[in-house]
Design a protein around this ligand. Structure first.
Ligand SMILES: [Zn+2]
Length: 148
């Protein structure tokens, strides 16, 4: 699949400090491994590259819709006994509907629990765009200030 980037997406990527070559890598890795989430014809891929976990939202034609990233390292999902709260995402590898849950997130030596999208079968943990660009970016900023 050839990833295609519109000017709009390129602008988002520029603001978020993400490079096209890395996003191409994220998408190609997801496509070759079949490890991605899908929802209404949109694919969500992720890959840890260096110190950053990068995500790409793209359609089946490879047109990238958005990209985002976070620095914190995702740990294991935290099991709850509650009824599963289903998302619209389906884990492509497992063909299971992903659930709203929480997971350990570690950054600069500190581990906290945060909200995440989790596949109940393979336990893969995903962060949605609105959380990554708002809540998590703010938390990472606070952690960095404390360390400075
Ligand atoms: Zn899965």
């Amino acid at each position: 699949m050839d990833a295609k980037f519109s000017d709009n997406v390129k602008e988002i990527m520029g603001k978020r400090g993400l490079k096209e070559a890395d996003i191409v890598d994220v998408i190609n890795t997801a496509e070759s491994s079949n490890r991605k989430l899908v929802k209404n014809g949109i694919n969500l891929a992720k890959k840890r590259i260096g110190e950053v976990t990068m995500y790409a939202l793209y359609n089946d034609d490879g047109e990238v819709q958005s990209t985002y990233s976070h620095r914190m390292v995702l740990g294991d999902p935290i099991k709850t006994t509650d009824e599963p709260d289903l998302t619209e995402w389906v884990c492509k590898e497992c063909n299971e509907t992903a659930e709203v849950g929480s997971a350990d997130m570690t950054y600069l030596g500190v581990t906290r629990t945060g909200p995440a999208v989790i596949c109940p079968k393979c336990n893969d943990v995903w962060i949605e765009e609105y959380l990554a660009v708002q809540t998590i970016a703010a938390a990472e900023g606070l952690f960095e200030q404390k360390k400075a």
